[in-house]
Design a protein around this ligand. Sequence first.
Ligand SMILES: Nc1ncnc2c1ncn2[C@@H]1O[C@H](COP(=O)(O)OP(=O)(O)OP(=O)(O)O)[C@@H](O)[C@H]1O
Ligand SMILES: O=P(O)(O)O[C@@H]1[C@H](O)[C@H](O)[C@@H](OP(=O)(O)O)[C@H](OP(=O)(O)O)[C@H]1O
Length: 296
Amino acid sequence: MNVGRITASTFLIPMTPKRTQQWLQVVGHAGSFYVGDNGTLLKRFCEREQQCYLRLMEDSLRPFVPAYHGVVQRDEQDFNMMDNLLTNFRAPAIMDCKMGSRTYLEEELQMARDRPQPRTDMYEKMVAVDPEAPTAQERTQQAVVKTRYMQWRETLSSTTTLGFRIEGFRKANGECITNFKRTKSRDQVKEALSDFVESNTHIMWSYLTRLKQLRQVLEKSDFFRTHEVVGSSLLFVHDRTGKAGVWMIDFGKTLPVPAQRTLDHRTPWVEGNREDGYLWGLDNLIDILAKLLPLT
Ligand SMILES: Nc1ncnc2c1ncn2[C@@H]1O[C@H](COP(=O)(O)OP(=O)(O)OP(=O)(O)O)[C@@H](O)[C@H]1O
Ligand SMILES: O=P(O)(O)O[C@@H]1[C@H](O)[C@H](O)[C@@H](OP(=O)(O)O)[C@H](OP(=O)(O)O)[C@H]1O
């Protein structure tokens, strides 16, 4: 599904007479969401994502994902209905971190080999950041293949070196920052995280505690053990009342591995092993956040 990208925009759409539902999309494809009734969010239907949510509702990870409420139709299109994670926050700060050391599926790599489809939009996004990045052939074609673009994005940012990257955030004061394509080193990530939480140690502690709980649950989850989790994000939300939470979102590229196989999510990826580096990234994220706090 390619419905365009957004950098940051605000949707304040009243859905019920009783209460105004607030929602704001930090990053991701534009045009994929509607705000639903009673604190729900509708995301453009994706069967893979539906299958994941159905399984996650039965898994120990359930408290760490938005509750899933099935498929609904709007304007003759199907949507997955889930909880809007912003519902119980006031003017929240929101951050999207894309997890894992790889942002494309093994099957996408195979497809790119079998049927390469060079894209001009990705070439343009690439040269906008680094005019020197395209190869001579890409320059001639004025186009790049998607997996090559994704790999370039991974090495430019912290995806390859830390196993996660900050995609963007909105601070409690409404400021939106999405220019993290070159945020790569531990120090750069630290600085960005510190800016997001506005150096509030209470919020940092809350995030750290929640991430450690998530790690414990991930290490035991049947769902996680048996799925390649690619392009999924952690959504961080806090507000000025001191409330904070982190949830896993975006399972459009999360696939079951063949029966009898399992993943540990820390072993480095080599093509064929399906490893995604998710837990390695979470280890690094926890470590970086902990170092922002005194005496952890
Ligand atoms: N359940 C939710 N509650 C609140 N906000 C959400 C929820 N799901 C998604 N969002 C918002 O929408 C953004 C994009 O979500 P998501 O990653 O699912 O979309 P996508 O279009 O699949 O993204 P990508 O471009 O990475 O494929 C998130 O960064 C977040 O701001
Ligand atoms: O962040 P960027 O640099 O804008 O690049 C986009 C990002 O990698 C998305 O994750 C990807 O969508 P998927 O993860 O769904 O593949 C999208 O591909 P697309 O243009 O084919 O939708 C890319 O354009």
